[in-house]
Structure formats: structure tokens, C-alpha cells
Design a protein around this ligand. Structure first.
Ligand code: SF4
Length: 433
């Protein structure tokens, strides 16, 4: 059968889609383009903001309308938290953010002629086991995602994800190392350790191991692979973490540390577990141990009760951290979370205006970081050809564009010669392995 998948949301969802693609191919199906004809359409949904919910609804509606005779199957976080809404849009199969193999079994039953709608949603908070899925990407990809953790129990006051994903579950260290080894053998050049909250990796295993033990094991098991980390919580970054991480030659010096706000009062209302002093300590440690690392972050503007003065504090703090890139989101109300019922909800226009100001500051900081890279020689993993140039990422996650032949999945040294928009321009010095 021809099966098309549309993926919304984060790297974990992308990873889970890749795993479903692999499994579908293994079962003898073919992958189809979501905008073309197919026997089944899968929508892997996200619920991180109200905008994500709306996008999910639109895609499900579109799939149903364009292919009335095909099977429309919905899974992921939005389907987990709003199964009735997904079902009301005409989906034939509604499943959640776990049990992917069971989801594909049910999909095959529907493709085989089963007629009635199937809704299979588990209780996310009762999950205790890490769901093992095949790691890797599709053919021709250079970077594989390796999911090492699922779930979150931080309960930040704005976030719906703990309710959609359940408690922390970790992939045991030896299994993660084995998977990294296989990815290296398959020809991948980079692996990204992903999860909903990878800083909590190992809590459920109760053997005293923490994220840095896992990072060391993966880096050593696949020393020919570049290893990149998903989003970290500031508490993870200690002197011991940095000392051990800096000793790993294949660990990318790129750290995504979620900030969300640079104002202590706002951080407390968000139920984040750090203040700006602790956060700054993490940034300082990273810069002490790594030469000019990429330090990227997420920021929420217009959180309930955020005054103009509090937002100004955030902008000042952002400047002091000199982030190399920022993702900025206007606060989005998520029903069922504490922040949704907090007083002092900020009007949408103001949330968006603050987001624009934060984005402009982020672009300025990014530009000055990129300019500092000019003259350096960086090993670049080339991923795709676009507008006549090859492009890929340096270890610090700067996007680099250069001329060359057949650079796909190669890792040459590149001399950085200039900046163009949000990318660096460079000259390939040698073709790389
Ligand atoms: S750490 Fe906070 S923001 Fe991140 S998934 Fe957990 S609850 Fe959500």
C-alpha cells in the first residue's frame, strides 16, 4: 500500500515519523507524498501551542476532503489530548503519543477492509516503559535522530506536554550505545540525542547514571559520528558536566538551553526550576570549557503577568547571554494548565509585539556571532544543495553554504569567508571523508 505521513512539531515527533516510515517499509508498504494520491494518510500531530492544534486540524481536514476513500489515521500529542476533536474531523484511526507498532497494526486492519472507526488512546500518566523504535532516518539523510528519553515531570505552568507524554522513561545506556554504533555503520555522520526532556535521562532507571554518562557512552561507542544534544535544562550544566563533555572530541559544541524568560519573577510563575543567576552560571561554564560554542535558546513573550518592566529585564538578560540563535514564541494558552487561569493575561497584540522585539534582538546577536566566525576553518557536514550552493552545519550549528561537487554527506574543512543572511559563506579546503 502507498502511505503518506505529515509530521508536525518537535524532533521527537520527527524521530517517531522516521521510525514509522522504516517500519512501514519493512512491512512491504511504499511511502507516498502527502500531497499526492495514497491509500492512507497519517498525521503525526503536535499540541505545544494553540497554533499547532489549529494546524493539525487543518491537515486532518484537508486529508479527509482530498481523499474520501483513503484511510486517514491520526497519532501524536494533539490526538492524545484531544481524541474526540480528531475523531470528529473524520479520522478513521485515532491513536496517541505511544504504541506506534499497535497504531500501524490497526492501520493495516483498516487498509485490509475493516470498516468501523478505531480510537485507541492510553493513559499517558500511567506509562512506565520506554517504547523502543528503530532509530535512524530515511535513505539519503546525513543526520539521524536517536530518541533516548520520553516524558517529563517538570510541569512548567504553561506546558501541556507532561499530560500528553507521561512521566520520564529512558532508553538504557547500553542500548543507546548499540543504536549509535549501528547508525555509524549505516553511513550516518551525525546523531542527535533527542527526547522530551533529555536532562532527566536516567531518573527512572535508578542506577545513579545521568545524562553525561549516556553522552560519554554514545560518543565512545560511535567515535566516527558527530554527536549533538537536544534541548537541555540549565541545571544539567555543571562544572563536572562541562569537564567531561569537553573531553569528548566528537561532541558538537552546540547547546540548546531553554530560557523562556530572563526575569526571575516570571520564571517563578512559569514554575521553571532555576533563576537567572543559575542560568547565567550555565552559560558561563559552557563558554569557559568550549571555545565559542553555539548557545541557542527558546523564549516565551507575554506570559501571564509579564509587565513591560519584566520584559525589559528579559531583553537585558538575553543580551548578557549573547545567544547565537533564539526561537521566540508568544505565550499560548493551553487549557488544563495552571497558566491558563492565571490573572494578568497579556493581550495577543502585545504578546506578538514583544515577540517581534525579541526576534529583532536575537537576529542582532546571531549576526555578530556569525561575523565572529569569518576567518575560522570549520568542519561542515553537507546535507543538501540549494540555489546552486551546498549547505550544511558546522559543529556549533552555524549554517554554512559553499560551492562544490558531490558534497552530500561529506565533512570537509571549510574556510569561512563571509556572512549572508543567517548563514555563513565558505570555501571548501579539502573534500573530506
Ligand atoms: S521541561 Fe517544562 S516546557 Fe519542557 S516539556 Fe517539561 S513541562 Fe514542558
Amino acid at each position: 500500500m502507498n502511505i503518506a505521513i505529515y509530521t508536525l512539531g518537535c524532533k521527537v515527533n520527527q524521530y517517531e515519523t522516521q521510525a514509522m516510515e522504516r517500519e512501514l517499509l519493512r512491512r512491504g508498504h511504499a511511502l507516498a507524498d502527502f500531497d499526492g494520491p495514497a491509500d492512507a494518510y497519517i498525521v503525526n500531530t503536535c499540541t505545544v501551542t494553540a497554533v499547532s492544534d489549529k494546524k493539525c486540524r487543518n491537515i486532518i481536514r484537508r486529508a479527509r476532503k482530498n481523499a474520501p476513500d483513503a484511510v486517514v489515521a491520526v497519532c501524536g500529542c494533539y490526538a492524545q489530548t484531544e481524541p474526540e476533536a480528531a475523531s470528529a474531523l473524520g479520522a478513521d484511526l485515532v491513536s496517541g503519543s505511544a504504541g506506534r507498532m499497535n497504531f500501524l497494526d490497526r492501520l493495516e486492519e483498516l487498509l485490509g477492509g475493516r470498516k468501523e472507526q478505531v480510537i485507541t488512546i492510553d493513559e499517558a500518566m500511567a506509562r512506565r516503559d520506554f517504547e523502543r523504535l528503530p532509530a535512524g532516518g530515511g535513505a539519503g539523510r546525513t543526520r539521524a535522530m536517536l530518541k533516548v528519553e520520553d516524558g517529563c515531570v517538570n510541569f512548567c505552568s504553561y506546558c501541556i506536554i507532561p499530560y500528553a507524554r507521561g512521566p520520564v522513561r529512558s532508553l538504557p545506556l547500553e542500548e543507546a550505545a548499540d543504536q549509535a554504533r549501528s547508525l555509524a555503520l549505516e553511513g550516518y555522520r551525525e546523531v542527535v540525542l533527542t527526547g522530551i526532556e533529555i536532562s532527566s535521562w536516567g531518573h527512572d532507571l535508578r542506577d545513579g547514571q545521568t545524562l553525561i554518562d549516556l553522552i560519554e557512552a554514545v560518543c565512545r561507542a560511535a567515535s566516527g559520528l558527530r554527536v549533538r544534544l537536544g534541548s537541555l535544562e540549565p541545571r544539567t550544566v555543571t562544572a563536572d558536566f562541562c569537564r567531561r563533555a569537553a573531553a569528548l572530541p566528537n561532541l558538537c559544541p552546540h547547546f540548546h538551553l531553554s530560557l523562556q524568560s530572563g526575569c526571575d519573577a516570571t520564571l517563578a510563575r512559569m514554575n521553571r526550576k532555576y533563576d537567572t543567576a543559575r542560568y547565567y552560571e550555565s552559560v558561563r561554564l559552557l563558554r569557559d570549557y568550549f571555545p565559542d560554542p553555539g548557545i541557542t535558546t527558546d523564549l516565551i513573550t507575554g506570559f501571564p503577568g509579564e509587565t513591560e518592566a519584566e520584559f525589559a529585564q528579559t531583553l537585558e538578560f538575553v543580551k548578557s547571554c549573547a545567544f547565537t540563535a533564539m526561537h521566540v514564541f508568544p505565550y499560548s494558552r493551553r487549557p488544563g494548565t495552571p497558566a491558563d487561569t492565571m490573572p494578568g493575561q497579556v493581550p495577543t497584540a502585545e504578546k506578538e509585539a514583544r515577540a517581534r522585539r525579541a526576534i529583532a534582538l536575537g537576529a542582532e546577536l546571531e549576526r555578530s556571532w556569525l561575523e565572529r566566525q569569518v576567518g575560522r576553518v570549520l568542519p561542515v557536514l553537507f546535507e543538501e544543495e540549494k540555489d546552486g550552493l551546498w549547505q550544511g552545519h558546522a559543529p556549533n550549528y552555524a549554517l554554512v553554504r559553499a560551492q562544490g561537487d558531490g558534497l552530500h554527506n561529506r565533512l570537509p574543512d571549510v574556510e569561512i569567508t563571509g556572512v549572508e543572511g543567517a548563514a555563513l559563506l565558505g570555501t571548501v579546503l579539502r573534500s573530506g571523508g
